[in-house]
Design a protein around this ligand. Structure first.
Ligand SMILES: *[C@@H]1O[C@H](CO)[C@@H](O)[C@H](O)[C@H]1NC(C)=O
Length: 309
């Protein structure tokens, strides 16, 4: 009897603890919305950007360098990658230090080799940014859809290979930050793009599971993960120029420079999940809690708004 009463009291205490904790978390996130936390410095960090040759990856590389970080640029396109490095060397501020490595991230062997080379020549990577395989507007409308295995290799398998190379060292040092980009194809399904959507959802699964794993390993509380949702229709780049869009005329376009800035500032605040533009994350969450019929209607509204001309 007494034991029962005791366990009941313990249960009550746990419940109260959880409820107060939840309320506090909600309050805290509201407060953060009004007054975001201070951004941590990135100068002196070694940032690896996979996919630094163009688009957002390139902008991220340049901005990280401008903030004083050493940047390791990976891309399959040697020419474009060197171009990024040259731009960084010509910057007027920041570290001006960038190193180009040509690497096909889909190929585990190459990732291992290049990773070892980076460690020897530059040092331990402390910030890892993966932006390979994030589809451009062009690839979302191009038909036929990209090949299944290729899509999976570039968009999801490569995460595993890169993490295999760099995560153990981050765990040893108990510090680091991993940033993964995923696109709108990971926000809701898109017709004719099944492999792409599957890969983009997989990235989210990977990040979520990995943060759980790191959370469980108490020692690695100082390794952060940031999942970034990018809305490619809204990010204008040279690739998007020949695609006529209706949605941007309502919401305005974001150029890769602003997008990169938002990503870096979210990362520097240790946010676990952000989106570009910011409201997209809320929209995605609403889509998920709405009844199926309602979310289909909303999706159709979006589809109708995208006019590929
Ligand atoms: C982000 O994480 C780093 C490392 O754990 C920590 O030093 C820094 O204070 C954190 N910043 C914020 C805004 O939480």
């Amino acid at each position: 009897m007494l034991l029962r009463l005791y366990s009941f009291l313990v249960l009550c205490w746990d419940l109260v603890y959880v409820i107060v904790g939840c309320l506090w978390a909600i309050f805290e996130s509201f407060f953060q919305f009004i007054k975001p936390p201070k951004e941590k410095p990135v100068d002196g960090e070694i940032v690896l950007i996979a996919g630094a040759g163009r688009g957002i990856g390139k902008e991220l590389a340049i901005q990280f360098a401008a903030l004083g970080a050493k940047v390791v640029c990976w891309d399959i396109n040697e020419e474009a990658n060197k171009c990024t490095v040259k731009e960084i060397a010509n910057l007027e501020v920041g570290s001006r230090q960038a190193y180009a490595y040509t690497c096909d991230v889909a190929d585990r062997e190459q990732v291992m080799k290049t990773g070892a080379l980076v460690r020897k020549e530059v040092g331990d990577v402390t910030i890892l940014v993966h932006c390979c395989g994030v589809p451009s507007p062009r690839s979302l409308v191009s038909k036929p859809a990209p090949e299944i295995r290729k899509t999976m290799d570039v968009s999801i398998m490569s995460h595993f290979w890169i993490l295999e190379v760099f995560l153990p060292r981050m765990l040893e040092l108990n510090s680091g930050h991993i940033v993964a980009l995923t696109s709108v194809a990971g926000l809701s399904g898109i017709k004719d793009q099944v492999p792409l959507c599957a890969s983009q959802f997989a990235v989210q699964g990977l990040v979520e599971a990995l943060s759980e794993e790191l959370r469980a390993t108490k020692a690695s509380n100082d390794i952060h993960l940031t999942l970034v949702h990018i809305y490619p229709f809204i990010v204008s780049s040279d690739l998007a120029r020949d695609i006529r869009l209706r949605i941007p005329s309502y919401f305005g376009t974001i150029d890769p420079r602003d997008a990169a800035q938002q990503i870096i500032s979210g990362m520097r605040r240790n946010y676990s999940e952000i989106s570009v533009p910011g409201y997209l994350l809320y929209f995605g969450n609403i889509l998920r809690i709405l009844p199926r019929k309602a979310s289909v209607m909303l999706r159709e509204l979006l589809d109708a708004g995208v006019d590929f001309g």
